[in-house]
Design a protein around this ligand. Structure first.
Ligand code: TAP
Length: 488
């Protein structure tokens, strides 16, 4: 890699279909921008319906009866996934530089996330030869067994906030189950996924097993979710698009659907918890990855007795966060991903000001080049304000006041989202009552956003999603169960 990671060479800019990098059928391209400089990094081939059709056909042939992938020993599938993990690890700096270039997260954070992605692939590699059915005692002189089989061609549509990690979250279980894949990365961040595709070819995956079609959601994404030969769609993104995915699955071929969607997650801080420690945990919960986390702790509920002290310290903490060039080692927060996201965050900040919340820190754009936002803290936030209800997906902390456990459980749950929640208290009874009552797929006690690893199922209640990524549960999303009975 170039000595300055900013100058990382971009080698892969075409669609990856059937183990080849190819132009789009239309020959169209689109620009990928650097959110830090607002300059074009490179032009990338723009996939559309015709390209999705080609990719799905390749993926279908790759899983056909008698194909190399279909007949491959399960343990060998595991070796291939492990090889991909090794290659990702060997190229960690280069792929992390690409993630920072196109997404804007700090280079140091990109490296952490990429190494977590290596772990994800290794976890699923270990599963390939441990997927099996059972024998079932049935009435009559019968022997009954179940067999686990891959669902077939899967379409995977992912967002930009963790481009590499989202790809590995989706590829790991799909490949472990023996499915073949057509991935549509987000339009802002196709480069990391294309690099990963090149590594998959080098690892030795047969042609057609993994295909990557960059393009836009309304064209390439939609073509994938409507495709009659795609048997499952795995989607991560906004709740709004999640509704479109369900609709297209229902109206096309009843393909299976798993959805990881948005959130407005509560972090509840009781007055028996050390305030300084709580401020640190709450800041990480919301400001990590510039607030572009689906499970961000974006509603900070603080008990009355410590509310004022907490707000003062939370504001000081936000003011201390260094915002700047994501390649600079001192930077703790880079730019938001694009102009539309920047504008949406700034307009939500304005709505907070207009509705009477108090700006305790930040509240503005930083500079006029690059999509930088000041880490922002609002106090005196009430449940009916837009900033307390809508997902901001930016570095904006909303601090709300509460008095009792029963009250905060009800308020935490009064949202259509249900992705994650956290509670900070020294009272185990309080913590467990909250953890059991809160409607959320992940709950952290005395920490936040920790232990999201390959082993732990991750996903949402209510309109935060359907199904789970990660853990053994995620593999089930890619399997059919066949029941075979033998008359004895
Ligand atoms: P979306 O706008 O939903 O985009 C996600 C992906 O869907 C992109 O690849 C997008 O393509 C594609 N897409 C857009 N419209 C589509 C359509 N009509 N049919 C098929 N695909 C379509 O979300 P985003 O703004 O990129 O990401 C932020 C959202 O994702 C937040 O709400 C966040 O909470 C959520 N998120 C959730 C999780 C989990 S695990 N629950 C994780 C990360 C993010 P384009 O690239 O062209 O837009």
């Amino acid at each position: 890699m170039a000595s300055d990671p900013r100058n990382v060479e971009i080698k892969y800019t075409k669609l990856f279909i059937d183990n080849e990098f190819v132009d789009a059928v239309s020959k169209k391209t689109f620009s990928v921008l650097n959110p830090s400089t607002e300059k074009v990094i490179v032009e990338v081939a723009e996939g559309d319906k015709a390209d999705v059709d080609k990719a799905v056909a390749a993926a279908k042939a790759a899983i056909a009866r008698g194909s190399e992938w279909r007949t491959m020993d399960a343990s060998r599938r595991g070796l291939l996934i492990n090889k991909l993990a090794d290659l990702l690890e060997n190229n960690l700096d280069e792929i992390s530089a690409i993630e920072t270039l196109e997404n804007g997260k700090t280079f140091e954070f990109s490296k952490i996330i990429t190494s977590l992605s290596v772990n994800v692939l290794r976890y699923f590699a270990g599963f390939t030869d441990k997927i099996h059915g059972s024998t079932i005692p049935t009435d009559g002189p019968l022997l009954t067994m179940t067999r686990k089989e891959p669902v077939g061609v899967v379409g995977q549509i992912i967002p930009w906030n963790y481009a590499i990690m989202m790809a590995t979250w989706k590829w790991g279980p799909a490949l472990a189950a023996g499915c073949t894949i057509v991935l549509k990365p987000a339009e802002q961040t196709p480069l990391g996924a294309l690099y990963l595709a090149a590594l998959a070819k080098e690892a030795g995956f047969p042609k057609g097993v993994i295909n990557v079609v960059p393009g836009f959601g309304s064209t390439a994404g939609s073509a994938l979710s409507w495709h009659p030969d795609v048997r499952k769609i795995a989607f991560t993104g906004s709740t709004q698009v999640g509704h479109f995915i369900m609709e297209s699955a229902a109206k096309s071929n009843l393909k299976k659907v798993s959805l990881e969607l948005g959130g407005k997650s509560p972090l509840v801080i009781f007055d028996d918890f050390n305030v300084d420690e709580a401020v640190e945990i709450a800041a990480d919960a919301i400001f990590s990855n510039h607030g572009q986390n689906c499970c961000a702790g974006s509603r900070t509920f603080v008990q009355s007795k410590i509310y004022n002290e907490f707000v003062t310290k939370a504001a000081a903490k936000a003011n201390s966060i260094k915002v700047g060039d994501p390649f600079c080692p001192e930077s703790q927060q880079g730019p938001q991903v694009d102009k539309a996201t920047l504008d949406k965050i700034l307009s939500l900040i304005e709505s907070g000001k207009k509705q009477g919340a108090n700006v305790a820190a930040g509240g503005n754009r930083v500079g006029d080049v690059g999509y930088y936002v000041q880490p922002t803290v609002f106090s005196n936030v009430t449940d009916n304000m837009i900033i307390a209800k809508e997902e901001i997906f930016g570095p904006v902390q909303s601090i709300l006041k509460f008095d009792t456990l029963e009250e905060v459980i009800e308020r935490a749950n009064s949202t259509e989202y249900g992705l994650a929640a956290g509670v900070l208290t020294k009272n185990i009874d309080t913590a467990m009552v909250f953890a059991q009552a809160v409607e959320a797929g992940s709950v952290w006690i005395n920490c936040y956003d920790e232990a999201i690893g390959p082993h732990t199922p991750f996903g949402g209640y209510k309109q935060s999603g359907i199904g789970r990524d990660l853990g053994e549960e995620s593999i089930k999303e890619y399997l059919e169960t066949k029941t075979i009975s033998i008359k004895l």
